[in-house]
Design a protein around this ligand. Structure first.
Ligand code: GMT
Length: 378
C-alpha cells in the first residue's frame, strides 16, 4: 500500500503514534509519505520506503493568521497525484480531517478517488474540538471521512456524546513497540539516582494543565514522608515553573529531578518503581503503557481511557481525578510491599502485551483494506 500520513510533528502523543505507525508500515514493505509542517521528531533515519513532505505557508502581510489548512490541502492534492497514494490517514481531527476532505473533493473533480481515514486522539475531541468555534467542522469531518478510528472505547463514547455523529467509529487502540520498550539492565543508573535503595517514582508528559503535574508532586511529597524516595520528571511545558515552585514550597526539591525532554525514555523507565499519571483527561495514556512495557506499575486517575490500560488492583491503582490522598495511599501501599510490587510489575508487562505493535498494526492494515475496498465498490 502507498499511504499518506498527516500528523503533528512534535513530541505530542498523536504525532508519536502517527510516526511509529508509519515506520512500522514501512518496515512491513508499505510506502509511507509523511506530510507535516516540520520533520516529525521521531523520523530521524533513512528508509527507502519513507518520504517526508513539508507544508510551507506563504507569509504575506494580509495574513494575520497563516492559512495552514489551505496549504496542507494543496500539498495533499499534490502528493496524492504525484506519489499515487492509495489512502490518506490523518491523525488529530483539527485541522487535518477537514483539510483532507477538501483535498478529496478537489481530487474527485479530477477523476481521482482517495479514501480518507481520520484517527481521533483525544484533545481534538475532549478539549479543543468541543469548542463552539470548531464543533461544526469537526462533526462534519468525522461524518464525511471514509473511515474513522478512536484510540479507546472511552474516546469513541466521548465523540458520540459531544458531536453530532451519524457513522460508525472503529476503536483501534494505541500500541507499544517491544523492540524498544522493555526493561533494560540499567542497575548502575539506578544506583546513581537512588544510592540508598530509595523507591523511584516517575512521570512523563508535556506539562500541560490537563496532566495535573501538581498532583504528581503532591503525591510524591506524601510518599517521601512515608519512605525514602526520589521523583523523576521527564518532559517540559507550560506548567514547569509552577511545578518547581510547588516542589520548593513542599520542601522536596532535593528529592525531585527535572530531566527535561529525553529520547531514551525506556532506559529511565527501566530503573523506576512506579509511574504517576493523575491526568484530568486522557483518551488513552500512552505514557502509562510505555511504563508498563518496562514493568513499571501505574498509579493514576480514572479519567477517560486510562482504565482501559491501567487495571485497578492488577497493574496499578485508579483514583478519582484530584484525589491526591487516595493516590498517595495506593502508592505507599504498593511501594511498601515488595512481593505485591513484583506481582504488579509482571501484571503490567502482561497487560501491555495486549497492545503489542505487531497486533495493532495488523488491525490498521485490515481497516485500510476495508476502507479502500468500500471506496472501490462505491
Ligand atoms: O495531551 C497529549 O498527551 C498530547 C495528545 C496529542 O493528541 O498529541 O495526546 C492524546 O493522544 C495520545 C495518543 O493517542 C493519547 O495517548 C493521549 O491520552 C491523548 N491526550 C489526552 O487525551 C489529554
Amino acid at each position: 500500500m502507498n499511504v499518506g500520513i498527516v500528523l503533528y510533528p512534535t513530541f505530542g502523543g498523536s504525532g508519536v503514534v502517527a510516526t511509529e505507525l508509519g515506520k512500522a508500515l514501512a518496515f512491513k514493505g508499505h510506502t509511507v509519505h509523511f506530510i507535516s509542517y516540520s520533520q516529525p521528531a521521531r523520523l530521524d533515519f533513512f528508509s527507502e520506503n519513507i518520504f517526508y513532505h513539508e507544508v510551507s505557508v506563504l507569509k504575506y502581510p494580509l495574513f494575520e493568521y497563516a492559512p495552514y489548512e489551505t496549504a496542507l490541502a494543496s500539498k495533499m492534492v499534490d502528493i496524492v497525484k504525484t506519489a499515487h497514494l492509495d489512502l490518506l490517514h490523518v491523525h488529530y481531527a483539527i485541522p487535518h480531517a477537514s483539510a483532507a476532505l477538501l483535498a478529496k473533493f478537489i481530487l474527485k473533480e479530477q477523476g481521482i478517488n482517495i479514501p480518507v481515514i481520520t484517527t481521533l486522539h483525544g484533545t481534538d475531541i475532549t478539549l479543543v474540538g468541543r469548542e463552539a468555534t470548531f464543533e461544526p467542522v469537526v462533526s462534519w469531518s468525522i461524518n464525511h471521512s471514509d473511515g474513522v478510528t478512536a484510540v479507546s472505547e472511552s474516546l469513541k463514547r466521548d465523540t458520540h456524546a459531544n458531536f453530532h455523529i451519524s457513522r460508525d467509529i472503529r476503536v483501534i487502540p494505541n500500541f507499544i513497540d517491544f523492540s524498544r520498550f522493555s526493561k533494560k539492565p540499567k542497575e548502575h543508573f539506578k544506583k546513581a539516582i537512588a544510592p540508598n535503595g530509595e523507591r523511584i517514582l516517575v512521570h512523563t508528559s508535556n506539562f500541560r494543565k490537563v496532566k495535573r503535574v501538581e498532583d504528581v508532586v503532591r503525591v510524591f511529597a506524601e510518599v517521601s514522608r512515608a519512605m525514602p524516595a526520589r521523583l523523576l520528571l521527564i518532559g517540559d511545558g507550560p506548567e514547569r515553573s509552577n511545578i518547581e515552585k510547588i516542589a520548593r514550597e513542599l520542601d522536596i526539591c532535593e528529592r525531585v529531578t527535572f530531566l527535561g525532554k529525553q529520547e531514551a525514555i525506556e532506559e529511565i523507565l527501566s530503573v523506576c518503581d512506579l509511574f504517576l499519571l493523575p491526568s484530568e483527561s486522557e483518551s488513552f495514556g500512552l505514557a502509562a503503557l510505555e511504563a508498563m512495557a518496562c514493568e513499571v506499575p501505574v498509579v493514576s486517575s480514572n479519567a477517560g481511557g486510562i482504565p482501559e490500560v491501567n487495571v485497578h488492583g492488577v497493574t496499578g491503582y485508579l483514583s478519582d481525578v484530584g484525589n491526591v490522598a487516595s493516590m498517595a495511599g495506593h502508592a505507599i501501599a504498593l511501594l511498601s510491599d515488595e512481593a505485591l510490587l513484583l506481582d504488579f510489575r509482571k501484571n503490567a508487562l502482561h497487560k501491555a502485551k495486549e497492545f503489542d505493535l505487531k497486533k495493532i498494526l495488523q488491525e490498521y492494515v485490515s481497516y485500510y483494506e476495508e476502507v479502500i475496498s468500500n471506496q472501490l465498490g462505491s
